[in-house]
Every structure is written in structure tokens, then in C-alpha cells.
Write a protein that binds this ligand. Structure first.
Ligand code: DLL
Length: 426
């Protein structure tokens, strides 16, 4: 599903479409969402002030905290009865961030994912091994909907159960696989253990995302699975996966579906809009969504918009791979974790001091999180209880290490770095 009328739209027409959609979105937010009305008032702007795309920089950012403050559906523009799906991702305070879709929004979600899968090399009639997690996470159901729209035959295997996944790849002969890049490496190893090389399986394309990854990983996945791998980017607040995707023939920069998501790059400290080509925080506006359009969302992801020298005929801009984050979000095997979620569990336990430190490392192919905590008594029971509660409450497996009181770093007035990342380049 290549949509030339959209993906190759002449730039002046694309800019006009964006402006019209942004104007309509601001009006709807102003009319239906008191929180946006208040944000506009505080910034001294009204929807009528947007007469050109450049005017958008006068409007306020939306941050994760705004979604949390108006949890669960305070930023929704439509009555509850019009909602057709709700997804959620983890938030800093333990409360998830909720995103709601109406019928129209689910149609957009399918369209942008179908476009992404097509760009990744998927074609109608192919079998699609979907190993993104199904459930509240947008990865599984999001790619599923797009695959149906494109005309793929989906195997909704979800995450985990590596041996079964390998068996299904052998038996059902999928041409396309979607999963996190780190899991693609795990699958590659599992295939090799069974004596299966890239020529023994049918896979041609891998659609990898939900966590940062580097060119080195691309080469490893391609060699292990015999695929061409492309980068899919997205986030729940905007829609889910399918905000952008690389083209399989180019593999350099993901096309941002600019008819639905308006991108800006801003300076991480001043918030000033930076020109194309410069690194900064990616800000995205989901212009066309009806139920919960988000204005200038501060993604925290550091990247740049690439100048338009592409070879595919698309007129939309590409974004570079994500270089890092401007906040303390940890992405552990595709799951978003904030250090404060771990802290909340420790505080709730009451038997340890609130001083803790997170060390991220790599064991073999998978990321590991070691949580170092100060405790007066180093008992194995306490250690296991912390690990168990974090698994149940936060949803990730961590290794806990108890240390002597006073031994962990303390803040020296500035921001305390709670996280040491030893994972290096992938
Ligand atoms: O991870 C949506 C998704 C699902 C994208 C499947 C791609 C594939 P969240 O759980 O809300 O949504 O996490 C969003 O994950 O702000 C980035 O920091 C990170 N992220 C997502 N895709 C990429 C990528 C999904 N391709 C957060 N490269 C984002 C680097 C990524 N980071």
C-alpha cells in the first residue's frame, strides 16, 4: 500500500493540508478540552493565531505530565460513547498514560501502519509473524491492524516463548517479521541452535522498533535471519507504531507520515525550533486524530529531520535513528520503565532506604537491569521480595543487589544520576 496521493504529495499541497488540519485540531481542543483551553490562555494564544505553520512554535508543548494530570481521559475531545479502543503505556508515577481512539483514529492507525509495513517490504498475501506484545501496549494490536489493512496473513504470536516462535517460523514460513531489535537477535540465536541458517527460513523483511538500536544490530539481524531490516518508530501518545518507517531499499532514515503527524525538532533546554538537519528533541503533533489529538508532544527522543534527498519519490521528510533521550526513561527489552516506578516499590516496602542506583548492562543479547539498594541487613528474602514486587507492579525482571547503608551515590546539589548505562552501542 503505497499511497502516491499522500506519500508523494507535492510539498506545497502537503503544507496546506498540515496547516488546515492543525487549525481544525486547535479549534476542537479549544472547544472540547478545558485543559487545552487553559494551556492556550496561559501561553496567550488562541486557535485563530495559527495562520502559518511557523506560528505553531507559539503554542505550548504537551508533556507526559499533562496526560498524567488529566488521567485517564481528560484530554479527550469526544464523548466516551464514541471511543472504540484504549491503549496504555507506563508512566512515571506508576499510573499508566492512557490513549483513546475513535473509529476514525483506528482507521488512521491502520493506514499509517500499512504504509510502514509496505515501506518495510511487506506485500499483500505475505505471512506476517507479529512478535510485538499484544495487550495494552500499542505494538501488537497496532501492527496487527495495519497488516490486515495491507492484506497480510498475520500470525499473532506476541512476545516470548522463543522456542515456539522458532517452530512457527519454520512451519508457517512467514516472509515478514516484526519485533524489537533485541528480540530479533534472540530469535536469530535460537534458530542457529536448531541448526537453521538464514537460507533455511523464509523471512525477507524485519520491522524493528520500540527501542533504540544501531547499525551494528541491523547487520547482525540481517545476517542471522536473512532479512532486510527497517526501523519503525512510534509512541503511544501519538498513536503507537507507524509514525515513521524506513524504506527497505534505502534503509537510511524513517519516513515520517507527515500528513498525520507534524514534526518539529527543538532545543532540549530552550524549546526553540531548530532547522532541519540539527539534532534536538523530536516534538510531534497528531493533527488528524479525533478522540485524543496531542499538540506538540515532547517525545524526549533525540534525533534530527533529514533533508529531502531520498530515492523513493516520497516527499515527506525522514527522521534519523533515535540517538538518545532527554529524560530518564529506561527502555528495557522494549518495556518503558522510569526510575521513579522502581523507587515507588522500594518506598512502599519500607524496609530499605530510599537510596538506590540502577545499572543497565548487557548479558549476551539481552539488556539487564541491576537495582542496587541500601539495606541495614542483607537478607536473601528481602532481595527476592524486591525483585518479585517489581516484576508484579512494574512488569520487568530486575536483579536486586543489597548494599551497605551510605554506600550509594548521593546528590551533591544538582541532579543525581540514578542510572548508569553500560550497554554501549548495539
Ligand atoms: O514503543 C510503539 C512502538 C511499538 C513503536 C512497536 C515501534 C514498534 P511506547 O511504548 O509508548 O510506544 O514507547 C515509545 O519508545 O518515545 C521512543 O523512546 C521508543 N521507541 C519507539 N520506537 C523506537 C525506535 C512504542 N524505532 C518510546 N527507535 C519512544 C528508538 C524507539 N526508540
Amino acid at each position: 500500500m503505497f499511497q502516491p496521493d499522500r506519500e508523494a504529495m507535492p510539498i506545497p499541497a502537503l503544507r496546506t493540508l498540515q496547516l488546515r488540519q492543525l487549525q481544525a485540531m486547535l479549534e476542537r481542543q479549544h472547544e472540547h478540552v478545558p485543559a487545552y483551553r487553559e494551556k492556550f490562555r496561559a501561553a496567550g494564544v488562541t486557535p485563530g493565531d495559527l495562520t502559518s505553520l511557523a506560528d505553531l512554535s507559539r503554542f505550548p508543548f504537551t508533556r507526559k505530565a499533562d496526560l498524567r494530570d488529566h488521567y485517564p481521559l481528560g484530554l479527550s475531545c469526544v464523548p466516551r460513547t464514541e471511543l472504540r479502543r484504549i491503549h496504555a503505556s507506563s508512566g512515571t508515577s506508576g499510573k499508566p498514560t492512557v490513549v483513546a481512539y475513535d473509529e476514525h483514529d483506528l482507521g488512521i492507525f491502520e493506514e499509517v501502519v500499512a504504509r510502514s509495513l509496505y515501506a518495510a517490504g511487506a506485500r499483500p498475501g505475505m505471512v506476517f509473524h507479529n512478535a510485538y506484545g499484544y495487550g495494552l501496549f500499542t505494538g501488537g494490536l497496532g501492527t496487527h491492524g495495519g497488516a490486515a489493512r495491507l492484506g497480510l496473513c498475520t500470525v499473532p504470536v506476541s512476545g516470548g516463548g522463543t522456542e515456539r516462535q522458532v517452530q512457527l517460523i519454520e512451519d508457517l514460513q512467514p516472509e515478514v517479521i516484526a519485533c524489537t531489535p533485541s528480540y530479533a537477535l534472540v530469535l536469530g540465536e535460537a534458530l542457529a541452535r536448531r541448526g537453521l541458517g538464514p537460507d533455511d527460513i523464509s523471512l525477507k523483511s524485519a520491522v524493528l522498533g520500540a527501542e533504540p538500536w544501531a547499525e551494528k544490530t541491523r547487520a547482525e539481524v540481517q545476517a542471522a535471519l536473512g532479512v532486510r531490516a527497517t526501523n519503525i518508530y512510534g509512541l503511544s501518545e501519538l498513536i503507537g507504531p507507524g509514525v515513521s518507517n524506513e524504506d527497505v531499499t534505502e534503509q537510511r532514515g524513517s519516513y515520517l507520515w507527515e500528513d498525520h503527524f507534524y514534526p518539529e525538532i527543538v532545543h532540549p533546554e530552550t524549546g526553540e525550533v531548530l532547522p532541519d538537519g540539527e539534532l534536538g528533541v523530536l516534538i510531534l503533533t497528531s493533527m488528524s486524530r479525533r478522540a485524543m489529538p496531542i499538540l506538540r508532544y515532547w517525545t524526549g527522543d533525540i534525533t534530527r529531520l533529514l533533508p529531502e534527498d531520498n530515492t523513493t519519490g516520497r516527499t515527506m521528510r525522514r527522521m534519523d535513528a533515535i540517538q538518545g533521550r532527554s529524560d530518564d526513561l529506561i527502555i528495557l527489552r522494549g518495556v518503558n520503565v522510569y526510575p521513579t516506578q522502581l523507587e515507588a516499590v522500594l518506598v512502599g516496602l519500607g524496609q530499605v532506604s530510599p537510596h538506590y542506583h540502577v545499572v543497565l548492562s548487557r548479558s549476551g543479547l539481552l539488556d539487564e537491569l541491576t537495582l542496587r539498594v541500601e539495606a541495614a541487613e542483607a537478607s536473601a528474602v528481602l532481595r527476592h521480595e524486591i525483585e518479585r514486587q517489581i516484576k508484579v507492579i512494574v512488569g520487568v525482571t530486575v536483579r536486586c543487589e543489597l548494599c551497605d547503608p551510605g554506600s550509594l551515590p548521593r546528590s551533591e546539589g544538582g541532579k543525581l544520576r540514578r542510572v548508569t548505562d553500560l550497554r554501549g552501542e548495539r
